[in-house]
Design a protein around this ligand. Structure first.
Ligand code: PHE
Length: 342
């Protein structure tokens, strides 16, 4: 085939390939195929040596013309493709600022923490100071100093988990009474919120892990009426003026006399319902005057000082506050439920 025809064919081929090109990568491949070291046009140039000398200038000029034309066309196409690619990239990265954003899931304060915070605020307002202590406690503080010597029958009601003979998971926050009296001088006015443990099966009203808040006041001339007044103020501050307290005689080795305290059921206002088991009252705490024997064991002169103590069950308060009848709801961690208890 004459070179002129070959060149025309090449032009046509390139023109149709260019028309169908989608991206700059394809264009680069075409450029190599035609103008590269082993490209069609380069090969044609190399073949010029075989031509008769008089033909060479004419053919050379022809080839050069085609090369210029091809280069121009390819540059044109390149600019066109680059612009299209930039446009597509911008579209792909575009952010729709009008689209509503996905809100992050925000948790809520756990009902027990919520109740704990409320009680702390309430008692802080009455001049109590927060004191915290260990959950893994010495038998000495948890039992002995609370007037529960080894083999005392009242220990049965507080069976717990033993790390060894002398170290237990505390069964109540009462060991903090001993820790406070041994480390401070009267007047003492503290509350001790925290987790406590008992070897109980989990059911609607029992859990092997639960929460209490201890209160202790030691001062001169403390009497049962100070205890009543304090707890009455606490009940009214937390639940309003139409809530009353009811003291029932009870027994704790570390208080004498001892009482259990009920609050008016806030679900039925004392009329009787499921939550208060038709009594109109909900039991929330144990309390009493600190046993003089405990004062003495903890280095406090019981002829000069007296005191009162109370231990509030935080689960009880939370159940009452939120109208829950099954304790387990507080521990299952179901976000659908917990989010509602605010
Ligand atoms: N520690 C007792 C209990 O867990 C409650 C209590 C505390 C009673 C302080 C009297 C005084 O049952």
């Amino acid at each position: 085939m004459a070179i002129t025809d070959t060149l025309r064919q090449l032009r046509e081929e390139v023109e149709s390939t260019l028309a169908g090109l989608q991206d700059t990568a394809g264009l680069e491949a075409l450029r190599v195929k035609v103008l590269g070291k082993k490209g069609t046009l380069t090969e044609l140039l190399k073949g010029m040596g075989k031509l008769a000398p008089e033909e060479r200038p004419k053919v050379g000029a022809e080839i050069n013309e085609v090369r210029q034309w091809l280069t121009g066309k390819m540059d044109e196409k390149q600019a066109e493709l680059r612009a299209a690619e930039r446009e597509a990239a911008m579209k792909a990265e575009a952010i729709d600022v009008t689209e509503p954003r996905k809100l992050p899931k925000v948790g809520s304060t756990h009902p027990i923490t919520l109740v704990m915070d409320e009680l702390i605020e309430c008692f802080s307002g009455m001049g109590f100071e927060v004191m915290e202590g260990p959950e893994v406690e010495l038998d000495h503080y948890n039992f002995e100093l609370m007037n529960l010597p080894k083999n005392h029958p009242a220990r049965d009601a507080q069976d717990t988990f033993y790390m060894d003979d002398n170290i237990v998971l505390r069964t109540h926050t009462s060991p903090m009474q001993a820790r406070a009296m041994l480390s401070r001088k009267p007047p003492i006015r503290i509350i001790c919120p925290g987790r406590v443990y008992r070897a109980d099966e989990l059911d609607a009203t029992h859990s092997p892990v639960f929460h209490q808040m201890e209160g202790l006041v030691v001062d001169e001339n403390m009497s049962m009426s100070d205890l009543r007044g304090t707890l009455e103020a606490f009940a009214k501050k937390l639940y309003g003026n139409d809530v009353s307290t009811r003291f029932r005689p009870s027994f704790f080795p570390f208080t004498e006399p001892s009482a259990e305290v009920d609050l008016t059921c806030t679900a039925c206002h004392g009329k009787g319902c499921r939550i208060c088991k038709d009594t109109g009252w909900v039991e929330v705490l144990g309390c009493g005057m600190v046993n003089p024997k405990v004062l003495e064991m903890c280095g406090i002169d019981s002829t000069k000082y007296s005191g009162f103590a109370f231990g509030i069950g935080l689960e009880r308060i939370a159940m009452k506050r939120f109208g829950i009848t099954d304790l387990r709801m507080l521990y299952e961690g179901d976000a659908r439920l917990l989010g509602q208890l605010r």
